[in-house]
Design a protein around this ligand. Sequence first.
Ligand SMILES: Nc1ncnc2c1ncn2[C@@H]1O[C@H](COP(=O)(O)OP(=O)(O)O)[C@@H](O)[C@H]1O
Ligand SMILES: [Mg+2]
Length: 173
Amino acid sequence: MMREEDKRTEASVSGLTAGKCVAEEMLSASAEQTRAWAAQLGHALEPGDVLALWGELGAGKTTFCQGLAQGLEIASWRRVVSPTFTLINEYTGRLPFYHFDFYRLEHPGELEELGFRDYFWGNGVCAVEWAERWPELLPERTQVITIEVVGDETRRLKRWSPCGRLNGEGAGD
Ligand SMILES: Nc1ncnc2c1ncn2[C@@H]1O[C@H](COP(=O)(O)OP(=O)(O)O)[C@@H](O)[C@H]1O
Ligand SMILES: [Mg+2]
């Protein structure tokens, strides 16, 4: 039996998680734990990997991106903030890291102007906050991180990968 809570989550992320399966799940008790989990993932990321972050305001999407930046060996990971007004922030580490936020994106045309395909189909790593606003812009290989607020500092994190693929394999679309 599926919990009511899980059903709600499934419905609200359906555009993002369609065709994706939960590859990993953890219960985080603090921002530090979320960063550490994300850093582990960030350490294993490869050129062309795209991650979509899903969760309400204050869930921890940006905190997760700081962990990714740690794992990508970005020295200034503490300065990773939501690119709310710029749409994209770029960092250089072990790989280029492109941090997007679709929150204020009114029309995909704005992304076209940025040449977003060069990022999503490029040699860096992309993380996208509020990607559920325009899920159709993301490559099929996109992995999704859902962050559910369970308590003050407790979060349920899930990593969703395309079903039927081994973790981290088959990066090309
Ligand atoms: N377990 C946790 N994981 C992530 N963030 C947490 C956790 N517990 C508390 N927090 C706090 O919640 C806030 C999350 O903010 P932020 O990462 O900017 O969220 P979002 O980008 O989803 O709006 C931060 O202040 C962070 O310290
Ligand atoms: Mg944010």
